[in-house]
Design a protein around this ligand. Structure first.
Ligand code: PBG
Length: 326
């Protein structure tokens, strides 16, 4: 049989495969999420084996270890004490609060580490919603005023990148103005542009005890059925001055990452969320899949779809695997 076209020729040896490999992973592409709490020590998170809530001292130790493994960015998520939660979420902009304290410690220990912060009210709000609630409605513009104070407090503490995950309309432009007016024109905005109302966030809400106390987040987070709507959010975030845009979750939304990649010149981040982590972890612990190969493949697929950077709970482990360590 005469076969002129033989694609297998390009797969024949490791060298030829590496020669034209289109996508690759490196620790510089990862953002490591860290859960922090005001108490002492490390607290396990049952639905996320291998992840823990960290005291501020443990957080610094974790960031230092990650830095040595090549991780250059972390994102902070606080577990806020019940007594500090209010309906207006004002602990979110307390300059002496847990997150500003954490940022100052991190910047003192690791000045070149990029510290990313979450801008949203759910850890601080007694309703567990990302915005202020009145009569069962999540208020948009009133919430943005608090988000602006939150982002400025984070910038004052030394945050490099603020990442609004709240999905209120117009918050990127408002944050840009607030940061600029406060003298933080150098602080970047990583917008959660296409954040879906996803069941894959379940373990994260366990970790922070931040599940909504009533209803769901469908009036602000996007409908998983929709793709065009992500492009509309992208256009708004670009016009409002976002420096980077995000798709979340990542693995089940590769088409959205690819669609944004076609449409924007901005860097794209994708968030491999808690439920994606928990599923891989559970299957691996049962011996049903090869954890290392599945994790690296899942991250590679997210990059192939068009993401520049990936937020992943596997950041440290993946960095070690990429360096040839166990
Ligand atoms: C909250 C926030 C959530 C996540 C990141 N920021 C949860 C939510 O929107 O309910 C989820 C991350 C994950 O599941 O890993 N603003």
């Amino acid at each position: 049989m005469l076969q002129r076209q033989r694609p297998r020729r390009n797969r024949r040896t490791p060298a030829i495969r590496a020669f034209h490999s289109e996508t690759w992973l490196a620790p510089q592409h990862f953002i490591l999420p860290l859960f922090i709490h005001a108490g002492q020590g490390r607290q396990p998170i049952s639905s996320m084996p291998g992840c823990e809530r960290l005291s501020l001292a443990e957080m610094v130790a974790e960031a230092q270890a990650a830095w040595l493994e090549g991780i250059r960015a972390i994102v902070l998520f606080p577990k806020v004490e019940e007594a500090l939660k209010t309906s207006d979420g004002q602990e979110a902009f307390n300059p002496q609060g847990l997150v500003p304290a954490a940022i100052r410690l991190l910047k003192a220990a690791l000045p070149d580490l990029m510290v990313v912060t979450d801008v949203a009210l759910d850890p601080y709000n007694c309703d567990g919603h990302d915005g202020i609630v009145r009569d069962g409605i999540i208020l948009n513009d009133e919430t943005i005023e608090v988000l602006c104070k939150q982002a400025v407090a984070q910038a004052q503490a030394g945050a490099d990148i603020v990442a609004p995950s709240d999905m209120m309309d117009g918050r990127v432009g408002a944050l840009r103005d607030a940061l600029d007016e406060a003298g933080f024109s150098h602080v970047s905005i990583l917008s959660y542009t296409a954040k879906y109302a996803s069941a894959f966030y379940g373990p994260f809400r366990d970790a922070l005890d931040s599940a909504p106390r009533f209803g769901d987040k469908k009036t602000y987070q996007m409908d998983p059925a929709n793709a065009r709507e992500a492009l509309r959010e992208l256009a708004l975030d670009e016009a409002e001055g976002a420096d980077m845009v995000m798709v979340k979750p990542a693995g089940p939304y590769l088409d959205i990452i690819a669609a944004l990649r076609q449409q924007t010149t901005l860097p794209i981040a994708a968030y491999q969320v808690s439920g994606e982590y928990a599923m891989i972890k559970a299957a691996a612990q049962n011996g049903w899949i090869d954890e290392k190969r599945v994790v690296l493949e899942s991250l590679l697929a997210i990059r192939r779809a068009g993401a520049d950077v990936i937020l992943t709970y596997y950041a440290r482990q993946a960095a070690r695997w990429l360096a040839g360590q166990a």
